[in-house]
Design a protein around this ligand. Structure first.
Ligand SMILES: [Zn+2]
Length: 279
C-alpha cells in the first residue's frame, strides 16, 4: 500500500462499495427474473411498500430496523446486509491494494461483478451470459486501452513479466484462452470423476472472461477455486449424506479465486517460485 493514499479516498471507495452492495442485492434478485434493474425502486418483498431512502442505508438500516420491514414487520433476510458488507469490504481491499488509480476502480468493479455472480449462481445454479460478458468486455477494454496508451489499467494484465507478456492485449488474450481452455479440461475431468458435472459451460465462460482481466494469473484463480471448491464439495457431501452426487455451484469458488488472485496473485506466485527454487 502506497503511503500517499489518503484516508478520505479509502473511506470514499468503501462507501461506494456499500452503495454498490445495495445495488448488487437488486441485480441478484431481479436479473434472473428478467426484471428491470433500474426501476421501480426497492420494495418490501412482503407488503410491496417502497423502501424509503433512510431505510435503505447499507447494513445500518437492517440493524436499526432489527431485520424487519418498517411497514409490515415482515422479516428481512440477513443476506441483504451481508452482500452490502461484502461489497464494501471488496471495494476497501481494492482501494488498499491499488491506491488512487484506475486499477483500483476496475478491480473493485471486477470484484463487484464476481459478488453478484456468486449469489446468482447460489440461487439459480446459473451464471447469466450477459453478466459474464460484461466482465469480458471490461477486461478486454481495459487491456486494449492499456496497450494503446502504454499504461496499466487492468490490475494484473501487463504487469506479469517482461517481453511479450508485458503487452496488455496479448496477456489478456492468453489469459482468456488459458482460462477457458483449461477449465474446459477440468469440466471434462469433473464429468468423468463425478459422473455428473458440477462444472458447467457457465464456469468455462466465466474463466475465459476472468482471463481477460487476470492474464495468465487466471490459472492461479482456477487452482484456488478448485481447491476450495473440492474441500467444500467433500464437506457438503459428508453433511448431506448424498455422496459426491450432491451438486454445488462452482461459480462462487471461481469468484473467490479471482478476488484472491487480484489481491495476492503476484505475491503468491513469487512465494511459490522461490519455494520450488525457480525464482
Ligand atoms: Zn413490508
Amino acid at each position: 500500500m502506497s503511503q500517499s493514499i489518503s484516508i478520505a479516498y479509502v473511506v470514499a471507495l468503501t462507501m461506494f462499495g456499500l452503495l454498490f452492495g445495495s445495488f448488487a442485492n437488486v441485480v441478484i434478485w431481479r436479473f434472473p427474473r428478467g426484471e428491470s434493474i433500474v426501476s421501480p425502486s426497492s420494495r418490501c418483498p412482503h407488503c410491496e411498500t417502497p423502501v424509503r431512502w433512510y431505510d435503505n442505508v447499507p447494513v445500518l438500516s437492517w440493524i436499526v430496523l432489527r431485520a424487519r420491514c418498517r411497514s409490515c414487520r415482515g422479516p428481512i433476510a440477513a443476506r441483504y446486509p451481508l452482500v452490502e458488507a461484502l461489497s464494501g469490504l471488496l471495494w476497501l481491499s481494492a482501494a488498499l491494494a491499488f491506491g488512487l488509480s484506475v486499477q483500483a476502480v476496475l478491480a473493485a468493479l471486477f470484484f463487484w461483478m464476481l459478488l453478484v455472480l456468486t449469489f446468482i449462481d447460489l440461487d439459480t445454479m446459473r451464471l447469466p451470459n450477459p453478466l459474464v460478458a460484461a466482465i469480458a468486455v471490461g477486461g478486454l477494454l481495459g487491456a486494449v486501452v492499456s496497450q494503446v496508451l502504454g499504461i496499466s489499467l487492468v490490475p494484473l494484465v501487463g504487469v506479469t513479466a517482461s517481453g511479450i507478456f508485458a503487452q496488455p492485449a496479448f496477456t489478456a488474450v492468453i489469459g482468456c484462452v488459458l482460462g477457458a481452455g483449461l477449465s474446459g479440461g477440468v469440466a471434462a475431468l469433473y464429468a468423468g470423476v463425478r459422473g455428473k458435472s458440477g462444472f458447467g459451460m457457465g464456469d468455462v465462460k466465466l474463466l475465459g472472461a476472468m482471463g481477460l482481466f487476470l492474464g495468465p494469473y487466471v490459472l492461479l484463480a482456477l487452482m484456488i477455486g478448485s481447491l476450495v471448491g473440492a474441500v467444500a464439495g467433500i464437506i457438503a457431501a459428508a453433511r448431506s449424506g448424498a455422496g459426491l452426487q450432491s451438486k454445488i455451484p462452482f461459480g462462487p469458488f471461481l469468484a473467490l479465486g479471482g478476488v484472491v488472485t487480484v489481491l495476492f496473485g503476484p505475491a503468491l506466485m513469487r512465494g511459490y517460485l522461490s519455494l520450488v527454487g525457480i525464482g
